[in-house]
Ligand binder design. Structure first.
Ligand code: LHQ
Length: 257
């Protein structure tokens, strides 16, 4: 249910249940989690690229997976067991996570894409906060990320109406990094992931951490955090290499250390 390949420091994870629009069942959840756990564990992995197989990115939870004979489901348990650990793994990974939204991203699928660090989308892709259509509340961090990324008015508009938002508009609004012509999406996403994986990934990881911390920190706390992280970055081999390469007018060779 997940295709995992590694090349040039990039772990590519592809959601692979195309006939179900890559919606999540338990097996896919566990496989995707294992992929992100591997990215946490292995130093050789310096960036992750997440995408979907077929015409969709991800249609959220597999709604056909529910067995009505088992009575009223406890969705809180599903969230606690599967979605929240995944979201925490993505956000706490101190390596860039690039998402290539190749087609429709609905429900939890949309919000997982928004939790990634740099999200590109094919021009034909759409983001749908589908929850409202079935009586649910946005999950996978959507109620946190949407207002932060696009403001409360647009967040509520999307979440209450479940109106699809095209990739172009998503980029204009600041929901994602960039909309890309369909035929160029994967090439651009791979180039970006490879470039970041060859970068000073210790510094990039701390940059991710700092920007995320800003959502809840005061300016004073944030200035202290920047001081502490810069102290660490300043002692890194990558900083020494970056400055040497600059002065010697050559390309730096970063090791992520
Ligand atoms: C699907 C799905 C799907 C199963 C398409 N499941 N089969 C967390 C905790 C616990 C429980 C609940 O949820 C959550 C979080 C969530 O993610 S809630 C939101 C769940 N997702 C949705 O409500 C989206 C449902 N899907 C759609 O609205 C449409 O399929 C979209 C807009 C994604 C795509 O529309 P189309 O391009 O027109 O494709 P389609 O609707 O024809 O779908 C193609 C096939 O995929 C179809 O099967 P079939 O056998 O008829 O070809 C769909 O039934 C199946 N499929 N999404 N989530």
């Amino acid at each position: 249910t997940i295709l995992a390949t590694e090349a040039e420091g990039v772990l590519s994870l592809t959601l692979n249940r195309p006939d179900k629009l890559n919606s999540f069942n338990e097996e896919m959840h566990l496989a995707l989690r294992a992929g992100f756990e591997r990215a946490h564990r292995e130093d050789g992995i310096r960036a992750v690229l997440l995408t979907g197989a077929g015409r969709a990115f991800c249609a959220g939870q597999d709604l056909g997976d529910r067995d009505p004979s088992k009575g009223v489901p406890d969705l809180g348990h599903t969230i606690e067991t599967y979605y929240n650990p995944l979201l925490r793994l993505i956000r706490t990974l101190e390596k860039p996570v690039i998402c290539a939204v190749n087609g429709v991203a609905a429900g939890a699928g949309a919000n997982i894409a928004l939790a990634c660090d740099v999200t590109l989308a094919a021009r034909s892709a759409r983001f749908i906060q589908a929850f409202a259509k079935i009586g649910l509340v946005p999950d996978s961090g959507g109620t946190w990320s949407l207002p932060r990324l696009i403001g409360e008015a647009r967040a509520k508009g999307l979440a209450l109406t479940a109106e699809p938002l095209g990739a172009e508009k998503a980029a204009d609004w600041g929901l994602i990094w960039r909309a890309v012509d369909d035929e160029n999406l994967m090439e651009e996403a791979r180039a970006l992931a490879t470039m970041l994986a060859a970068g000073p990934t210790l510094g990039l990881g701390m940059t991710k951490r700092a920007i995320q911390a800003a959502a809840t920190n005061s300016l004073d706390t944030q200035l202290d955090l920047e001081r502490d992280l810069q102290r660490i970055a300043g002692r890194s081999a990558d900083y020494a290499e970056g400055v040497s390469a600059f002065l010697e007018k050559r390309k730096p060779e970063f090791k992520g250390k």
